[in-house]
Design a protein. Structure first.
Length: 132
């Protein structure tokens, strides 16, 4: 069985975490580091994915344009974020199956805590009371 390391970055800078992930990803691809689960709680910031978006008012919150899907996402204290750095090709797992498996694990976990969330057809993520 392959080793998967865990790293925890609390109250971390988004840009620093992104740089760390890029370095670790390259090390994983080159076989120099094990796959990694990065848990973090970012300092407040807003990210815009490939689909863009816009803010309706000015903010002093740092904004980052990133290479991921989606529109705007707020990050901040009290929000735990997981970044799985897993070599899917080596594991012969497709992206869609991997994301679905992560969603299923999270869904089962929160159901154990009494949070009645679910899925929507053709919409990634988990939904609770109509909200993602």
């Amino acid at each position: 069985m392959k080793t998967i390391e865990t790293h925890w970055h609390w109250h971390s800078d988004y840009q620093s975490d992104l740089s760390w992930q890029k370095r670790r990803r390259q090390q994983i691809v080159e076989g120099d580091s094990p796959e990694t689960l990065l848990f973090t709680e970012h300092n407040p910031c807003i990210t815009f994915g490939k689909r863009g978006g816009e803010l309706r008012s000015k903010t002093s919150t740092p904004i980052f344009h990133v290479n991921r899907g989606g529109l705007a996402t707020w990050h901040g204290f009290g929000q735990l974020v997981l970044y799985p750095l897993i070599h899917l090709q080596n594991r012969k797992i497709g992206t869609r199956l991997f994301v679905h498996t992560l969603e299923e694990a999270l869904l089962r976990t929160i159901l154990d805590y009494g949070v009645k969330a679910g899925r929507k057809d053709n919409c990634p993520g988990l939904w609770w009371q109509g909200k993602k």
